[in-house]
Design a protein. Structure first.
Length: 359
């Protein structure tokens, strides 16, 4: 069992080595909030999504691009910026700065457009003008949701323990967060502009990492997405609910493949030697079983690097609440690289048994 419970001399040590892009984006969050302090009404009109005014002029359409970086609550800004810095410290080196920035932009833009569409549909059903002109939506929460989904993708079985009292596996965090945000949005209806960015951020973050994120394969090819069953949509729910969720969503995935939806995104379903689908590749490129194995090995190595970095910079001071991460394993730490390779081989074997990955 790997147990991480370090006590660095200063809490500031965990902020050492944060990549430049992560720091620039956190500073941008702060700049937009300062503008809000100076001109609150104008800032909301420019930077937050308000369905009734977003398409009224070019300046208001700026909100589609800025809503995911604009936070009106000072407390939320501080807490979420700290989380963003700590998570970005690990994900920017693993994903690369370009992919890190691209994933955040795609997820935030998708949420802004989805909020507008949902608001228009609700208005069409209720004819309530307040939906268009009273409510506004914004928040940097989607960035946190995306990175938490990324944690589930890399280290789903890691266990976080806070103050030696409460523990939770990483794979359960998105579901718990989603349920909490739904309850919070229900009780704070109309005064919680970040709600859709928390909730939809989990979904669009998963969709991007599952189907759109591009990773280099062998021979210059590119593997797209992650169709591992451990990262299926159903895997975000408690185990007792997963069979039902899979039954509901798998036909949707098969329909999308049959309608060639993914070809519109410039990708095609990649196949193993026996024709079993394992992921996506850039349309027209060659993809092989080797790409799948190498993708799994890279994923295992990235997870190991993430664990080691967390172990080196776990942010706990002697007087602060202690955070520990424990992972159940039957192998010693020295055998982790070997187990990563064997895990990739086992993954390819399991893929040959199931012709349709779970969505």
């Amino acid at each position: 069992m790997l147990s991480i419970n370090n006590e660095p001399a200063s809490l500031l040590e965990c902020f050492v080595g944060i990549p430049r892009l992560t720091k620039v984006m956190a500073a941008f969050f702060l700049v937009l909030h300062i503008v809000y302090w100076c001109i609150p009404k104008s800032a909301i009109s420019l930077f937050a999504v308000r369905p009734g005014t977003t398409f009224s002029s070019g300046s208001f359409m700026l909100a589609i691009f800025t809503a995911g970086f604009f936070e009106t609550s000072l407390i939320a800004l501080l807490v979420e910026s700290i989380l963003f810095l700590l998570l970005g410290k690990y994900f920017e080196p693993i994903w690369g700065s370009k992919e890190f920035f691209k994933s955040i932009l795609v997820v935030n833009w998708s949420i802004s457009i989805a909020v507008l569409v949902i608001s228009m549909v609700i208005y069409g059903l209720t004819l309530d003008d307040s939906i268009l002109f009273r409510h506004y939506w914004c928040g940097i929460a989607a960035n946190i949701s995306l990175l938490l989904v990324g944690l589930k993708q890399l280290i789903p079985e890691e266990e976080f323990t806070i103050m030696n009292t409460a523990s939770c596996k990483v794979k359960h965090i998105p579901f718990i967060l989603g349920c909490f945000q739904v309850l919070l949005a229900t009780f704070l209806e109309g005064v919680y502009p970040a709600a859709p960015f928390w909730i939809l951020g989990l979904y669009f973050g998963w969709f991007y990492l599952r189907f759109l994120q591009r990773k280099p394969g062998s021979g210059g090819s590119t593997v797209v997405g992650d169709l591992n069953d451990a990262f299926s949509f159903a895997s975000f729910f408690p185990e007792v609910m997963q069979p039902l969720i899979s039954t509901l969503v798998n036909p949707i995935y098969r329909l999308f493949v049959r309608l060639q939806f993914f070809s519109l995104l410039g990708v095609s379903v990649a196949r193993t030697v026996d024709g079993t689908s394992y992921g996506f590749s850039i349309a027209g490129s060659s993809a092989s079983l080797t790409d799948s194995l190498e993708a799994e090995q890279r994923r295992a190595r990235a997870a190991l690097v993430l664990e080691q970095r967390i172990a080196q910079t776990t942010p706990v001071a002697k007087s602060a609440p202690q955070l520990s991460i424990s992972s159940k394993s039957n192998n010693d730490k020295g055998d982790q690289n070997e187990s990563a390779t064997s895990g990739a081989s086992q993954q390819s074997s399991s893929l040959s048994k199931d012709s349709t990955p779970r969505t």
